[in-house]
Structures are given as C-alpha cells and as structure tokens.
Design a binder for this molecule. Sequence first.
Ligand code: ADP
Length: 343
Amino acid sequence: MYDGLMLIDTEGRILLCNPAVRRFFGIESDIDGMTLMETLRNAELMDVFSGAVKKRAPVSREIEITYPQKRHLTAAAVPFYYPAERKGISGIVLSFHDVTRLKKLEDVRKDFVANVSHEIKTPITAIKGFAETLMEGAICDKENAGRFLLTIRNHAERLNSLVEDLLTLSRIELGDIKIKKTAVNLNDAVDTVLTTLRDKAGAKGLQLKKDIQTDICEINADKNRLIQILLNIVDNGIKFTEKGEVTITVKSEKIDDESEGIRNFIEISVEDTGIGIPKQHLSRLGERFYRVDRSRSRDLGGTGLGLAIVKHLVKAHGWQLRIESAQGQGTRAKIIIPFVTKI
Ligand code: ADP
C-alpha cells in the first residue's frame, strides 16, 4: 500500500503498522508493543488520535514531519469496533496520505499569483498616477507633460513585456511550443542575435564579440528557439555590464568519464564583464521572478522571467544550462549540447 496504515488500541499501543508508515517516519527498529507516542513522537498526531478516541468519531488533520525528510501528510484517525456489535470502541485505524507534492504545487501557485500581482501593480500604479496628474492640469505644462507621457509609455511597455513573457512561459508549460529540430547553422544564428542587440550594446559603449570554432557548422536545434535563448542571455549580459564586452563562444568538448565513455558536446557560452552574481544566488536563477537585485532589474526593464524561459527551452532541447559567476567578476552562461551530429 502506498498510504500508511496503523491499528492502535485505545491505550495508544500499536497493534499493526504497514511498511509505508515505517518509510514516512523513518522507523527501523522493532516497534512491537510500543505506544504511538514512543514511536512517532509527534504531538499533533497524538491530538488526532486522542480526539478520535474521545469523540468516538473520525478526526483528520494535515501534519508536517521533518524526519527522515520533510513531508506533509494527511493523518486520519477513525474508530473501529471489533466485533462489530461491541459497544465501546476497540481502537483506532490511523491512515497517512502523502500530500507533499500537492502542497508544493499549492505553494508555487500562491507565490506565482502573489508575484504576478505585485509585478503588474507597480506599472499600473505609475500609469494611473501620471495620467491623473496630467488630467489635473499638468497637460498644459508642455515640458513636464512630455516627460509624464514618456513614463506612461515606458510602464505600458513593461506591462507588455511582462504579459508576453508570461504567455511564452505558459505556452511552453502547456506544451504548445514544440521543439522542431533541424540542422541549424550556428554562425548564422549567432549573427542574428548579435545584429539584433548591437545597437543596445553600442548605446552603453559595450562590444559584442563572437568566437566560433571553425570546424563547427551545424547543430540540431529549433532555430527560432535557439535564437530566443541566446537573445535572452546576451540581453542579460548587456543589461548587467557597465564596461567591457559580451562574447559568444562556441567550441566542441570531449568528456571522457568511466561510466559512459567518451562523449562529444558542443558548448555555447555567453560571457560578460559585468557586475556578476553572488554565489549564493546561483542555484535559484531560472526560478520565475527570482532576481538578485529586484529594483535594478526593474529599472533595466527586466521582467524576472528571461532565465526561466531560457531554462525551459534549453531543457526542451535536451540540453543543459550552467551559470558560473562571482560578484564583480562577470558571468558565464553555458549551454551544453550533447550528441553532436555534425562537426
Ligand atoms: P531579468 O528580467 O531581471 O533580467 P532574468 O530571469 O533574465 O530576469 O534574470 C534573473 C536575474 O538574474 C536578474 O535579475 C539578475 O539579477 C541575474 N542575472 C541574470 N543574468 C545576469 C548577468 N549576466 N549578470 C548579472 N546578473 C545576472
């Protein structure tokens, strides 16, 4: 049985306990004749048990345990009568249903709704505020009116990027975006990305460079999605770099490990000379709305969804994304592409 099941007498002594209970609570020793309190040591669970004994009626509650691993369980205590015609209760059937995954999904959903509302609220408040100021007379003040209108337009653009990124993410998650791999010329794809972003980099005095190993021509990829991945990463490089350059490097790698033998990879890396990312943030990059510096990201027009989209698209290709960085030392995002078809 996947669910945990115990039979307990009215004194709290365990009569029966299935393997799932042992697994949930990490019980390894012999528990014959022991009580519920001695075995599971959980006060909430004791409340559920004694509640059912006292009321002679079912009692259930969600409990959280931390050992041997963090889990959320629905514990239900139901009195039983044996033989059936017996007046007083014979004991309690205690069942445990693991709801950890559901609980996690619920938390993710709550966080997501809170984040989206918060992100949308800021530009809406600004648009509303500036529009009202204009209506109250600022519209006649030519110099300021222009500035206010520009701010309204910028915030509307932010809203637009946010909605576009949210739609892209949701389409990926719903499986609407299918990866159609064809032979893609890497040099062309990189050029498209660099051409698209050259003005943006130039405006900050940054150089965009490429270094492509000459013998690498084509990889198997969805061309538009590959371009989208690189655009997002290079765009970040530009946003978070004040001086220097952003370089796209493509090279082939051979990894020789004992278990899997020699494997070939192509590595596309995007390296910048920017502000870098403190180590403690690296593992959380790619979570929706996770940003090292919220206000800096917003000021730069970021939505906090760029890397989440990259992570999904890289995974959908069957590739790997690695981000290496340290504060003040620039950032290198690597895409590892296994099983090279043509070199
Ligand atoms: P944003 O829209 O804020 O750029 P992303 O999902 O693309 O959202 O990135 C998440 C966060 O990761 C950024 O807000 C920033 O803090 C950090 N980050 C991403 N790329 C870089 C980089 N090249 N240099 C420094 N920080 C970066």
